[in-house]
Write a protein that binds this ligand. Structure first.
Ligand code: ADP
Length: 447
């Protein structure tokens, strides 16, 4: 019973927005009260007490100027001392009434304005205390008047009106505050939903971008494969004819010089055929069959084709892959592509004579495949964007190599990390789970 009553009259929590809005109304009311008061005191038939009245109004002006100054700096004068304000206002209005008209003074309506101001700025309890002080002030005025002019009924009526206004104004202010709080809560909820929606849209956009990038990469690889197969076919046929002719010539009775030169031609032809075969092998449609693959073979296959890449021949490419490494499980062609992409990037990052080391090592339950180069390195701002689709710093880059690489590695249950010393080189490290010896006898999963 007592608790809800106390809660009703508990001080309202500080709310800067509400406080400033209420203060703006209170400041205007004060100025308006002062102007009306000055007119009442000085226009028409001025009373004999004009000077004391003007002095009181001057004090009121001082207070209002202070109040306005604080408000202009988004602060509230005497915010934490509402009773001081209530005492001053009751005294101020009581004195105005005393010097102008007594119990019937038009200034008595200022008590009502003071209560409205208190209601919108402070708690209901404070407003009732303010109301009590106003009644005291009016009561004192009553006793200061000659007994012939005293009308107890008029005083009682004003007291009733004061309590009435104090209750009505503070209840209305409370209602408004509550509505404001509800609106704020709804606004916060709305904002939260909006943020959620925005983050979902951002996530869907990212997913869409990633799948687009993957499709683009696959299309690129398919087009490259078609081109390579076409070239191999077009070049392969005349090459076979030349080989046959060379073999035919070799069966003839030839002098030593011609035989040696023909041998060299045959050697070079064989080399071209190997290159074509490797190119066709590499660019054939990707095999998505899962199985186990030897790390040594993956690295070899990737390097076999990477050496034909622009500048590949001018780099010192070393491998440090022990023969006794366990195999890794996954799609072999994709794993070759991982090493291939890393080596191509390393070739691009290094100059003529640059060193690239491809190594593999077992670390705990993971196999670490490391590609290290002594090239340009990666600045910090670039490093943060490395794996984003379409991010490239190269003139003719696609920005898909590392993005696709990370996708493949993650699909194989692995991780990729980068360490770089700008100006001195970079190290890309791919960690993959390897096939434990106990698993090697298990049947291979085919998808
Ligand atoms: P692309 O090779 O088409 O640019 P990638 O996704 O393979 O696309 O690489 C993205 C970017 O990462 C490159 O443009 C380059 O700036 C940087 N990068 C990748 N590997 C290296 C490396 N080994 N050294 C320096 N920068 C690298």
């Amino acid at each position: 019973m007592l608790r809800p009553l106390l809660a009703r009259y508990a001080p309202t929590p500080a709310d800067p927005d509400w406080d400033l809005a209420a203060e703006s109304i209170a400041v205007l009311m004060r100025w308006f009260g002062l102007v009306v008061g000055a007119l009442l005191a000085n226009v028409g038939s001025p009373s004999a007490d004009q000077w004391p009245l003007n002095l009181i109004l001057l004090l009121g002006l001082g207070f209002t100027v202070l109040d306005t100054y604080f408000f202009s700096r988004r602060r509230i004068f005497l915010r934490d001392h509402p009773l001081v304000i209530a005492v001053m206002e009751s005294l101020f209005i009581g004195l105005l009434c005393y010097f102008q008209g007594g119990l019937e003074s038009p200034f008595r309506f200022y008590y009502l304005l003071s209560l409205v101001c208190s209601a919108i700025r402070f708690s209901q309890a404070t407003t009732f205390v303010n109301c009590g002080l106003a009644c005291l002030s009016y009561g004192a005025l009553y006793f200061s008047q000659p007994s012939a002019t005293r009308d107890p009924l008029a005083v009682a009526f004003l007291v009733v009106v004061l309590v009435w206004v104090a209750w009505a104004a503070s209840s209305l202010a409370k209602l408004l505050r509550r509505a404001g709080e509800r609106l704020r809560a709804l606004n916060a909820e709305l904002q939260e939903h909006q943020n959620l929606l925005e983050s979902r849209i951002a996530e869907r956009t990212r997913e869409l971008e990633e799948s687009q990038a993957q499709v683009l990469h696959q299309e690129k690889m398919a087009a490259f494969g078609l081109l390579a197969a076409g070239i191999a076919h077009e070049v392969g046929n005349p090459l076979t004819s030349i080989s046959t002719l060379v073999q035919m010539l070799e069966t003839r009775d030839l002098d030593d010089y011609t035989r040696t030169r023909l041998g060299q031609v045959a050697g070079q032809l064989a080399r071209i055929q190997t290159i074509l075969r490797e190119l066709v092998n590499f660019s054939r449609p990707a095999n998505s069959q899962r199985g186990t693959a030897s790390v040594g073979e993956i690295v070899r296959e990737a390097l076999d084709i990477a050496k034909y890449y622009k500048g590949g021949k001018n780099r010192r490419i070393r491998t440090e892959v022990p023969d006794d490494l366990p195999p890794v499980a996954g799609v072999r062609d994709q794993l070759v592509q991982v090493v291939f992409n890393l080596v191509l990037n390393a070739i691009d990052a290094t100059g003529k004579g640059g060193e690239i080391v491809v190594s593999a090592i077992i670390e705990g339950d993971r196999l670490a495949l490391v590609v290290r180069d002594d090239g340009a390195g990666i600045p910090d701002d670039v490093r943060a964007k490395l794996f984003r689709p379409y991010f490239t710093t190269k003139r003719h880059g696609t920005g898909l190599g590392l993005f696709v690489l990370r996708k493949i590695v993650e699909e194989h249950g692995g991780t990729v990390s980068v360490a770089s010393d700008p100006g001195r080189g970079s190290t890309f490290r791919v960690e993959l789970p390897f096939v434990q010896s106990s698993e090697r006898l298990q049947p291979v999963e085919v998808t």
